[in-house]
Design a protein around this ligand. Structure first.
Ligand SMILES: O=C(O)CCC(=O)C(=O)O
Ligand SMILES: [Fe+2]
Length: 265
């Protein structure tokens, strides 16, 4: 009797750390942002970029790969991307999603020199933002695995979504909710496009970022379309910025994505 009363007293105290440990075990392997610093990216990113990200939720830096790593590196990464082995993503949910993906490991050279150098650039984004005073989130963790996605012409793109899944354990069921721990921890999405640098309007495939009403000088718009031109770097706040991918029209569309975890400030 005394034992069961003691157990009843200790059980809640034991359950909380156990639940925390279980939750942590579902987070993707990651490193602190300071271990992923990229000195050339630190020079490209400015205080103005950081202010744009803080105020409007996203920032777009055209030709970032070319400026930091050079044109040849972008071409190497494009070649590497075209020879990856892609499969359907396990994270499909209710949203239309017609891409195929391949996971690129930061601790492995096998995806090719071009992809590895673009991955290192992306993985340096959190440290570069911190260096220039970013305050939107903190305690950044950078994953070891990056997503390479391919959208093919004729598909439906990727419907409007957030990169964080905030559905409750009741809605998802406990095991899917635990598996979504990594997605809930995301605070920043950093992406580079590995396409033709001259990607144009007729090619489709825009990333449509929804930001609420903004005056663009001639009319109110609630979204901005970003062309996935090769080398463009896009960073946005994962929990707050809904976005979608319009279907590409003629050629395959490749993007390398790094989801940075942390705490929203
Ligand atoms: O490729 C893009 O532009 C965005 C892809 C995307 O939204 C995602 O993978 O979650
Ligand atoms: Fe997304």
């Amino acid at each position: 009797m005394a034992t069961s009363r003691r157990l009843a007293r200790w059980l809640p105290a034991l359950a909380a750390p156990a639940a925390y440990a279980l939750h942590q075990s579902y987070l993707p392997a990651s490193q602190s942002s300071s271990t992923c610093q990229h000195s050339q990216l630190d020079k490209l990113i400015t205080r103005e970029h950081v202010q744009e990200l803080e105020s409007q939720g996203f920032v777009v830096i055209p030709a970032a790969v070319q400026q930091v790593l050079g044109h040849a590196a972008l071409e190497r990464a494009r070649r590497d991307a075209s020879s990856c082995h892609f499969g359907k993503s396990s994270n499909r949910g209710q949203t239309v999603r017609d891409d195929v993906v391949c996971w690129i490991s930061a601790s492995d050279d096998s995806p090719g020199e071009g992809l590895v150098s673009c991955g290192a650039l992306l993985r340096g984004a959190a440290a570069a933002l911190e260096r220039h005073g970013y305050r939107g989130s903190r305690h950044h963790r950078v994953p070891l695995l990056l997503q390479l996605s391919r959208f093919e012409p004729g598909g439906r793109g990727y419907g409007r979504h957030l990169d964080c899944n905030f559905q409750s354990a009741f809605e998802l069921g406990i095991s899917s909710w635990l598996r979504a721990a990594g997605s809930r921890a995301r605070v920043l999405t950093a992406m580079v496009y590995l396409n033709d640098p001259d990607w144009a309007g007729r090619d489709g495939g825009q990333l449509r970022i929804f930001h609420g009403p903004q005056w663009d000088g001639s009319r109110w718009r609630d979204h901005t379309d970003v062309f996935p031109a090769g080398g463009t770097l896009v960073i946005f706040k994962s929990p707050q910025v809904p976005h979608q991918v319009l279907p590409p029209r003629k050629v395959d569309r490749h993007a390398l994505t790094c989801w940075i975890a942390g705490k929203v400030s």
